[in-house]
Design a protein around this ligand. Structure first.
Ligand SMILES: *Cc1c(COP(=O)(O)O)cnc(C)c1O
Length: 404
């Protein structure tokens, strides 16, 4: 306890006060287990925030990092590098895409996507074709353009004038999109499953309808799969589940399995408006990041791993249903694959964080999505007995919160 207090005091003194970290400090992880400074173990149902899709320190990722780490760390984009070329080719082979841009975070991939969508419309169609249609509760990152396209004013207000010509409508409401869609629209931007905003999957008819509206008005459809991509929902990317193909797709979180990397995928035609110097980044396509992401993609994009996500989804759903039978805690459990949200019933509204803290006390890491939703985003290869152990710890945590 004393040690924890010291760490917390240091944090409060030296860090920008934008986070409220748990009062333990993780120091080691293996698979879906994490240990803190005191040696206490935690089952990981969070995976960072849907990042460590193959668990902690997966041997193949460690090997890729180690191997590349002894070869070449960085070149800048004045040169290309072998891991980036290999990863780009594999992403293209696995998706609709013909072109790839690498960056370091979800926000950066989205920033590139939004700039590309605007630039494409402005150069191909008209200087006035700049409207971006986005959704309430959407989350696209923390740069100023991405918080502005995101649909949560608490993240975008208080920083002065915002990028203009961005319209927000309710998610899964096709009529609302149709009402604001016109020929000045350059793009519709959405998460196929809204993550931070509450783990809300798009309906199939909504995605199909938005695709048709985009085609009718020469607007691009941008899927932010930063959280939903790389196997998270049971297919390599979530658009594959719906059979609705975007024009631009971004992915990040699980792409590097914990090593920072993101990618924006698009077609030859759309990419053709970009020229040397139109956009760029110092670190994007870094050899270390690309080598690790290549190893992650090689493992995730296999029938065994993708099929295993469905089996784990079932165990999670059944376990949540069992808890609900006993405590009547949730009004709804939703989500796809291993991105699940359990909405707390009204009497527990505002308690998501309390449950998270109680879970940590009982040796379980998990997430919330707002004050009323528990979120689960474990490793895609979490062991079944780890899931069971995690749920027994969650039940202890809930027991302690319910008693309060
Ligand atoms: C996490 C997230 C982002 C932002 O990614 P960063 O790496 O934090 O910049 C963007 N979009 C979605 C859907 C996300 O879940």
């Amino acid at each position: 306890m004393a040690e924890r207090q010291v760490e917390r005091n240091v944090f409060d003194k030296v860090m920008l006060p934008i986070y409220a970290p748990a009062d333990f400090v993780p120091v080691r992880g293996k698979g879906s287990r994490v240990w803190d400074q005191q040696g206490k173990d935690y089952i990981d149902f969070a995976g960072g925030i849907a990042v460590t899709a193959l668990g902690h320190c997966h041997p193949a990722l460690v090997a890729a990092l180690h191997e590349q780490g002894e070869k070449l760390w960085h070149t800048s984009n004045i040169f290309t590098n072998e891991p980036a070329l290999r990863l780009a080719q594999k992403l293209i082979a696995a998706t609709f895409a013909e072109r790839v841009f690498f960056a370091n975070s979800g926000a950066e991939a989205n920033e590139a996507a939004f700039k590309l969508a605007r630039h494409y419309a402005v150069t191909r169609h008209s200087p006035y074709k700049t409207k971006i249609i986005a959704f309430n509760q959407a989350f696209h990152g923390r740069t100023f353009f991405t918080v502005s396209v995101g649909g949560q004013p608490k993240y975008s207000d208080g920083f002065g004038p915002k990028p203009a010509d961005i319209v927000h409508v309710p998610f899964n409401d096709l009529a609302a999109v149709e009402a604001v869609m016109d020929d000045h629209t350059c793009a519709v931007v959405l998460e196929p499953v809204q993550g931070e905003g509450g783990v809300t999957p798009a309906t199939e008819s909504f995605l199909r309808g938005v695709r048709e509206l985009c085609d009718r008005h020469n607007a691009l459809l941008v899927f932010d799969e930063v959280q939903s991509g790389m196997g998270r929902t049971g297919t390599l990317f979530t658009y594959m589940h719906y059979g609705v193909v975007p024009d631009i797709l971004t992915t990040a979180k699980a792409l590097g399995g914990g090593f920072p990397i993101s990618a924006m995928l698009t077609t030859d035609e759309i990419a053709s408006v970009m020229h040397v110097g139109t956009h760029g980044t110092t670190y994007g396509g870094n050899p270390l990041a690309c080598a690790v992401a290549e190893a992650a993609l090689d493992i995730i994009n296999t029938p065994q791993v993708l099929a295993g996500i469905g089996e784990r989804h079932t165990l999670f759903s059944e376990s949540l249903a069992k808890i609900n039978q006993k405590y009547n805690l949730f009004t709804q459990v939703r989500g796809m694959g291993l991105l699940l949200g359990a909405e707390l019933s009204p009497e527990y509204h505002g308690k998501a964080r309390d449950i998270l803290y109680a879970a940590a006390t009982n040796g379980l890491m998990m997430l919330n999505a707002g004050p009323n939703i528990l979120r689960f985003a474990p490793s895609l290869v979490i062991e079944f007995d780890e899931i069971k152990e995690g749920f027994s710890r969650l039940e202890n945590a809930i027991e302690s919160v319910v008693k309060q």
